[in-house]
Design a protein around this ligand. Sequence first.
Ligand code: FAD
Length: 283
Amino acid sequence: MTAINTLTVSCEFFPPRTEDGIIKLRQVQERLKALNPAYYSVTFGAGGSTQEKTYETVVDIQIQSNIPAAPHLSCIGSTRDNIRQLLQAYQAKNINRIVALRGDQPSGWAGRLGDFNYANELVEFIRAETGDYFHIEVAAYPEVHPQSKTPQADLNYFAQKVRAGANSAITQYFYNVDAYLYFVDACQKQGIDIPIIPGIMPISNYEQLSRFSDICGAEIPRWLRKRLEPMHEDKTALQAFGVDVVTHLCQQLINNGVSGLHFYALNQSDLTLRIANNLGLVT
Ligand code: FAD
């Protein structure tokens, strides 16, 4: 069991596209400070769709909220020069944590593939360019990445990212604790000893969650689907039930000794705060 006061909490946002979105995200950051977050991370669109907005958002977080900010950096479609420039720009702003990813090719994207094929190559490149300056997070998939041929192949590629120099990992979200525990166990048997922080997705909107889960390969268990489906028009009931389910999930993870929780807050604070409050994480 992890003591609540040693648990590290982080929250993930996406770069807002409008002035209103920027103001709202600043308010969200203020509210989420009640969790004493270790950092806020900001997603990145593959193929450059939000490269600049990711940069602007992390810089804004560092200035406005005084919480360390970690940009996601996906390498698909990027050149070594692009990535080098971004790393230098982040170093110039004292940003020293990066979530290093391959990324997904945006649909209809006809750009060239760039200099990187997989995230392990990006991790290697960051280490070669900047030594130990960055704390590098990578992605992990307890329910197996959708493009993987087998769980073992996925695990081997995950191990490659760790050998390339990743310091810790954040998982894709899941609602099945066993998937996570088996994955961590398999990693340990393979000699992977970095922290593997579970990614926690609050349940806000059933249709969105269902669509996104189909794409990213996260499973909504049948019992949960069956309970959420009839609530899809009653947002208050759905969210209250979702808070209950996700609180229970987090509590089981804490009981099993996880060292942190990474909330996919998606520019909202309410559900993350309610879950964290139930867990005794709100100061
Ligand atoms: P990789 O680790 O490169 O793996 C991709 C696939 O290739 C896997 O199936 C793996 O098994 C396989 N593979 C790996 N190496 C090799 C190899 N050498 N040879 C053959 N196969 C290999 N996407 C974004 O676009 N922007 C974001 O900001 C973003 N943030 C994310 C944050 C988290 C915490 C997570 C879990 C995912 C995020 N994603 C994001 C989604 C991610 O980009 C996709 O899941 C993407 O498809 C895989 O990225 P990866 O870094 O895990 O890739």
